[in-house]
Design a protein around this ligand. Structure first.
Ligand code: HDL
Ligand code: ZN
Length: 414
């Protein structure tokens, strides 16, 4: 027992002390005006909690989503935190954030929390959140077809170097029949047909935005129905525009697979569901494009083992994180243990997917606990096999898992 608790403490301290490179978030550098979300009302109206509160309260989604955020937040707090124990991961995350700032998680109302967050200076608050969360770099999700975001980029902002860009191209790949109109209105000579000229214009669009944003990867979320090869506009754009562009700019392509958008439209941002992905699509893409690198995460728990097998077959595939419905402590621990058993440390155990600034604190604190447990289990098995685990082993492995592998794939390491 003595040995185990020493090893567990050694690993836990190393994981808790390791700085993180966060591979995927919905946070924005302060220079991208009007894009950032922070504070207690945003934390409590996170779409995960909106979905949860509708399971307990006899209000309609339409009524709830039509209320001011403060009314929504008051209802969420009363229902999930006062009338009931905040048992879910998303609810317990708010508790972790409040405790990190010394606020009362047992409070009956939001007066103290609102006063605290509204008094914060945004610049020092950002610094403190990143310090508490132990995050060195935050990768954004940047959509050049979002008018508000495009306006910011067109002003050539000097982006805070702690924020990395990722060029997100869902509308182009998943909805060409309508997104081509946005490209047209932004000066690209494209049509719905997607002929060679259109593909050339899409490449010009990607090159232009890679020049403006300097992204670390291109990204797309894909439905469970995603298949490759396939005679479709999405496949044509991936093969003829995205793959050569990523190779030319030496950028990975991130595929986040298995989402079924708007299974319940009434819930708006909270209305997406999950589906089982066909992993042969990743195999075929990785096999057809050996000089491209693929960051892959899947939304269905049932896809995780298969993704580890695909990654064992194709070194240009890097599993990353426990995405969205997978981001629960039990699943993060199980998934990390499975990945360690099958891939050694050639994967990225977690990304936060944070939407609200202070979520970085809980998403990383909770993930660290799970990752440390999984790593300790592997070390214990190794020691049982006769390999002594040294402090240097732990430091080297933890640094790779929490930042080293991500830094390498994002081009942060020189
Ligand atoms: O598509 C994505 O990047 C997802 O992460 C969605 O934004 C989702 O709504 C989400 O916030 N998941 O955590
Ligand atoms: Zn996301």
């Amino acid at each position: 027992m003595e040995r185990q608790s020493n090893l567990a403490d050694l690993v836990s301290n190393a994981v808790n002390g390791a700085q993180v490179v966060d591979l995927h978030t919905h946070l924005f550098a302060p220079q991208l005006t009007g894009m950032n979300l922070a504070g207690i009302d945003e934390l409590l109206t996170y779409h995960y909690l909106i979905a949860e509160v509708l399971r307990f309260e006899s209000v309609t989604p339409e009524w709830l989503l039509s209320q001011p955020k403060s009314v929504q937040a008051d209802l969420v707090w009363q229902s999930l935190f006062v009338d009931r124990t905040p048992l879910s991961e998303a609810a317990s995350g708010v508790i972790t954030v409040l405790s990190a700032f010394g606020l009362d998680p047992q409070s009956k109302n939001l007066r103290e929390a609102r006063a605290f967050f509204s008094a914060r200076d945004p610049v020092s608050h950002l610094d403190e959140v990143l310090r508490i969360a132990g995050v060195d770099h935050v990768t954004m999700t940047n959509d050049p077809l979002d008018p508000l975001e495009r306006k910011s980029w067109d002003e050539k902002p000097e982006i805070d170097s702690r924020f990395l860009s990722a060029l997100r191209i869902d509308p182009i790949l998943n909805d060409w029949p309508s997104s081509f109109k946005s490209l047209r209105s932004n000066g690209y000579d494209v049509s719905v047909d997607l002929d060679d000229q259109d593909v050339a214009e899409v490449r010009r669009f990607l090159d232009d935005w890679i020049g403006k944003m300097r992204p670390r990867y291109l990204a797309v979320s894909l439905p469970d129905s995603f298949s490759y090869p396939e005679d479709s506009q999405r496949n044509c754009l991936i093969r003829s525009a995205v793959m050569p562009t990523c190779r030319e700019h030496a950028l990975p392509f991130a595929m986040m697979i298995g989402v079924r958008r708007q299974v319940n439209r009434r819930l708006a941002g909270a209305g997406d569901g999950v589906g089982l992905a066909d992993l042969t699509a990743i195999e075929r893409l990785a096999d057809d494009h050996p000089d491209n690198r693929f960051l892959v995460t899947t939304l269905a728990r049932e896809n995780l083992h298969g993704l580890c097998v695909v990654a064992r077959k194709f070194a240009n595939v890097l599993p990353f994180g426990c995405w969205w419905f997978m981001n629960n402590p039990s699943l993060v621990e199980d998934t990390t243990l499975m990945r360690l058993e099958m891939l050694g440390r050639s994967f990225v155990p977690q990304h936060s997917d944070a939407r609200i600034l202070e979520q970085l604190i809980y998403k990383w604190s909770h993930a660290r606990r799970s990752i440390a447990r999984a790593l300790t289990t592997r070390y214990e098995a190794l020691e049982d096999s006769g390999r002594v685990i040294t402090k240097d082993d732990v430091k080297r492995d933890v640094t790779a898992l929490m930042s080293g592998v991500a830094s390498e794939w994002l081009g942060l390491t020189c």
